[in-house]
Design a protein around this ligand. Structure first.
Ligand SMILES: OCN(O)CCCc1ccccc1
Ligand code: NI
Length: 183
């Protein structure tokens, strides 16, 4: 099983390069890795597993955070309407997005960042994502609010972008003008 020792931290090259598309159908090895990524995220939300393996909780994980520069992400969380998003995805990409922006009022964190970085992280308020699931089906997801934020954070990792790259250095705590906060 994956634990925190498998997660690379700031300074590791894989967090700052563009990850490589996965040739589909994925190999058994790639499917096994994505399965382990999804299991890690679920474990990181289980009190006993957190205690036993000293896990930091996360709602998503991208393969570059394991030092593997492949376009693979896992997410497991419920949004504010209690809709569960639990996916292992190959080659996720944003095919369209709103002009309007959103943000988490408390800012963001990252399992690859062992420090607090305060500040508003502007995100597109609504995005449409296409990807191929662990099971091999092509899906299209229309996301808004918290789900839109999580998916953008993960897809950023595939492009060598960290959440704090989006924080305004001169005015970190002021939300952008055309932004609505995630409730
Ligand atoms: O890349 C995954 N990650 O580092 C875990 C935390 C993910 C995350 C945290 C705050 C807002 C959106 C997503
Ligand atoms: Ni992250």
């Amino acid at each position: 099983m994956l634990t925190m020792k498998d997660i690379v931290r700031e300074g590791h090259e894989s967090l700052r390069i563009k990850a490589t598309k996965v040739n589909l159908p994925a190999t058994e090895e790639e499917k096994e890795l994505l399965t382990k990524m999804l299991q890690f995220i679920k474990n990181s939300q289980d009190e006993e597993m957190i205690e036993k393996y000293d896990l930091r909780s996360g709602v998503g994980l991208a393969a570059p955070q394991l030092g593997i520069s492949k376009r693979m992400i896992a997410v497991h969380f419920s949004d504010h309407n209690e809709r569960l998003y639990s996916y292992g995805l190959f080659n996720p990409r944003i095919i369209s997005h709103s002009v309007e922006q959103t943000y988490l009022p408390g800012g963001e964190g990252c399992l690859s960042v062992d420090r607090d970085v305060p500040g508003i992280v502007p995100r597109y308020a609504r995005i449409t994502v296409k990807a191929t699931t662990l099971e091999g089906e092509d899906i299209k997801l229309r996301l808004k609010g918290y789900a839109a934020v999580v998916f953008q954070h993960e897809i950023d990792h595939l492009n060598g972008v960290m959440f704090y790259d989006h924080i305004d250095k001169n005015d970190p705590m002021t939300p952008p003008d055309n932004a609505v906060s995630v409730d």
